[in-house]
Structures are given as structure tokens and as C-alpha cells.
Design a protein around this ligand. Structure first.
Ligand SMILES: [Zn+2]
Length: 185
């Protein structure tokens, strides 16, 4: 059983997990609690920087990258990212360097050992997510910018997921006034 320590939780992440696909929502929350309570020590905390992204948000992100050369954020348009179906999340590790309870630094450093347990924090986090069946974007395509990306796609491509949306093969859930669409799996 996981003992919940409130001070270990990132409230922003807890809110974001609520928008993940119902099929992985509970599991993602359990993993998040396990990682923060058991794996990461004092001054180190996990955040999900992105979970569900609407088609519109995805298009905005895609266009952002196109207006400034060399600043491409994503190759995926609305519907082409697993985030658009709530089946992906991106991670970042937060650090409270002076132990004042404020996690002032966000890091994607894969070597840093903030809790000084001899294992890089990034490795502790990614190992457990991969063991739980999540595919890491960096391992699957070797692109550095996909390093923080994890997904569980249940063997479906984004095209198959999009077809489900277009043919009405989904459920909706109203969360904080927004109607989220979740494909049937
Ligand atoms: Zn991602």
C-alpha cells in the first residue's frame, strides 16, 4: 500500500492526470504516487508537464514551431499525437535546491542524482514507467526532444485512434467544463 504524503505531491500533476484516458488514469496516478513516495527522496519531485492535449492545442503547438525557423516544437498536427487521446504524458523532474518547499527548478537532466541515492533520478523514474508498459519516446525513436514522452497506445496508431473519433467510437467526459473525448479501447 502506498502511503500518501501530501507534501510530495505536485498539485498541477494531480489535476493533469484527471484528464488522461480512463483506461490509464488510475494506473498513471498510482505510478505517480509510487514514484514520488518510494523512489524519489527529499527535494526531488516528478511532474507531468503535458497529459491530454486537445486537437486545437496540438495545432497551436504545431504552428508555433512553424512560425520561427529552428524552433519546431512538434511534427504532429491535431489528431496525430497520442496526447490527443489522453494516452500519453511528458515528464519533467522538479528540484527544491534549498529545501524551502518550493521546487524552483525543472530539469530533463538524465544523470542528476538529487536525492543522492546513487541512481540518477531520471533513471529511477523512467525505469518504473517502462516496467509498467509505457513506451518512451526517446527509446522508440531516438530523438532527443522526445526524451520526456511516455505513451501507452494499446497497439493502436494515431490513424486508428483518429478513425475511432471520426466514426463516433468514443465516450465523452466533462471535466472542469470541457468535454473530453476518449476513444473506446
Ligand atoms: Zn509527449
Amino acid at each position: 500500500m502506498i502511503i500518501l504524503k501530501k507534501e510530495k505531491m505536485d498539485q498541477i500533476t494531480l489535476q493533469r492526470i484527471k484528464t488522461l484516458h480512463p483506461k490509464i488514469r488510475k494506473e498513471a496516478l498510482d505510478l505517480y504516487l509510487l514514484i514520488n513516495n518510494k523512489m524519489l527522496g527529499k527535494g526531488v519531485r516528478l511532474r507531468f508537464s503535458y497529459t491530454f492535449r486537445t486537437f486545437q492545442e496540438q495545432d497551436e503547438l504545431y504552428n508555433q514551431g512553424r512560425s520561427k525557423p529552428g524552433k519546431k516544437v512538434t511534427n504532429a498536427k491535431g489528431g496525430q499525437s497520442i496526447h490527443n487521446y489522453g494516452l500519453a504524458f511528458d515528464i519533467v523532474i522538479l528540484y527544491d535546491k534549498n529545501n524551502d518547499g518550493i521546487f524552483e527548478e525543472a530539469s530533463w537532466d538524465t544523470k542528476r542524482d538529487g536525492d543522492k541515492d546513487g541512481i540518477p533520478d531520471w533513471l529511477e523514474v523512467t525505469k518504473i514507467l517502462i516496467e509498467a508498459g509505457y513506451t518512451n519516446g526517446f527509446i522508440s525513436n531516438g530523438k532527443k526532444w522526445d526524451l520526456p514522452h511516455f505513451q501507452k497506445d494499446f497497439g493502436l496508431s494515431w490513424k486508428q485512434m483518429l478513425t475511432k473519433i471520426n466514426t463516433g467510437d468514443f465516450i465523452t467526459e466533462n471535466i472542469n467544463g470541457y468535454n473530453y473525448k476518449y476513444i473506446n479501447i
